[in-house]
Design a protein. Sequence first.
Length: 136
Amino acid sequence: MLTARISEDRLRLRKRGTVGVRILRLEGRVHHTNAAEFTTELTLRSLYLSSGEALIIDFSDLHSISSAGLRGLLELKKELQEAGIKFVFAGLSGEMEVIFRVTRFDCIFPIARDVDAASRMILEDRNSCSRPARLH
């Protein structure tokens, strides 16, 4: 498992998965002082994927994200779509779920309750807008 530390607030990115589907687990917090590095790391790690592959970004251990971090997610979405890479966010809970609902990111990104549900979404190729509370 590959791990990268970003800033003193312990934002870590952990990559795992099988051929064709990669899981990137986010840990810690994204705020204005580490958002640029967060965006760069996400983009760089995503570049290792090929068209037709898929990425699950697991938010279950990410405790908060600033507006700068949300902007980074929008940039990542654009990069992934241009590269033909399917992606699903998984594991939003607590504060992260509220942030995604208030900003309407829950209708911009495909979101699953957990990594297993995200895997099923990818296999079934369902990247439509859904609210986290109604997911599988």
